[in-house]
Design a binder for this molecule. Structure first.
Ligand SMILES: [Mn+2]
Length: 294
């Protein structure tokens, strides 16, 4: 069976766990929108995790509120901090090999559920630090690294994982680029009421040091962040990522449902959509005002 996951930290841990439950012959990576739009070809026999449902798939595991479906399906859906956590809880008794991964599961819930503290953001450690090297917005070009991490996480020892030369090199780059990223982030961000908008279209950050929560530590008064990035493999399209501050949890608007009005989706705290660059001047102010009025 082929497994299709979203390549964020949760998706990689889903892959690690599902490999212990199913006979997985191949792992493929997709962004949610490509599943929703039918751009990513899903075939009978495929298992989908941490991504929206597709009618062709045989099994589906997800936890994003906006992806809930009324039909019946094989697999699991529940609104939860992470999809990996759902899988772990549901299968650990039947598949005892999973039981040793309680710490990884707990950390994945913290990472994917954005339950980090200001200190975790400014000075990440352990699996939180590792998760900073897994950036799905790199246009699926990093599959070798994701494959490697799925296998490496199986050693189930955070110190051994971090000491492995492959992630260690990414972590070194992440740390080296941290200050530069912070300055680009400050230059590219502006407060619009309660919303901090980061425009990386003309000045994209150089490297892999994309700490997606740093903006909240730098703009503590913000309730919501909107980040604009260019999609290098899809010219003319802008990825609009919206997320609520994890340090200032006031805004009550549901990000995923709100983004559905703009052709995207996500869960209550974070989501994304893609729009053409020409639509941006019209749609961005609308999106900002939806959150400012909340
Ligand atoms: Mn997830």
């Amino acid at each position: 069976m082929r497994l299709i996951v979203r390549p964020d930290f949760d998706g990689l841990v889903c892959a690690l766990f599902l490999k212990k439950i199913f006979r997985i012959s191949a792992i493929a990576y997709s962004e949610p929108k490509d599943i929703q739009d039918g751009v990513f070809p899903v075939q009978p026999g495929d298992i989908i995790a941490n991504l929206p449902y597709h009618p062709n798939c045989s099994w589906w595991f997800d936890h994003h509120a906006s992806n809930e479906i009324p039909d019946s399906f094989r697999g699991l859906f529940e609104i939860a901090p992470s999809a990996a956590g759902l899988i772990w809880k549901a299968y650990k008794d039947q598949f005892p090999k999973l039981q040793a991964f309680s710490y990884l599961t707990e950390q994945t819930d913290i990472i994917d559920g954005a339950l980090l503290s200001k200190d975790d953001i400014l000075n990440p450690q352990g699996y939180v630090l590792l998760s900073m090297t897994v950036v799905p917005s790199h246009d699926l070009a990093d599959a070798d690294y994701w494959d490697y991490l799925i296998d490496l996480l199986d050693v189930n020892d955070v110190d051994l994982v971090l000491a492995d030369p492959v992630p260690a090199e990414r972590i070194r780059k992440f740390k080296d680029g941290k200050d530069e990223f912070e300055s680009v982030l400050k230059q590219s961000s502006i407060m619009n009421g309660k919303v901090v908008v980061t425009d990386f279209l003309s000045n994209p950050p150089e490297d892999f040091s994309l700490n997606r929560f740093l903006v909240y530590a730098l703009f503590p008064e913000s309730e919501v962040s909107i980040t604009l990035t260019r999609m290098t493999d899809k010219p003319g399209l802008v990825k609009v990522s919206v997320a609520k501050s994890i340090l200032n949890r006031i805004n009550e608007l549901h990000v995923g449902f709100t983004l559905r009005e703009f052709g995207g989706g996500g869960h209550s705290g974070a989501g994304s959509t893609r729009i053409t660059e020409t639509q941006l001047p019209e749609l961005l102010p609308k999106l900002i005002s939806r959150f400012n009025l909340a």
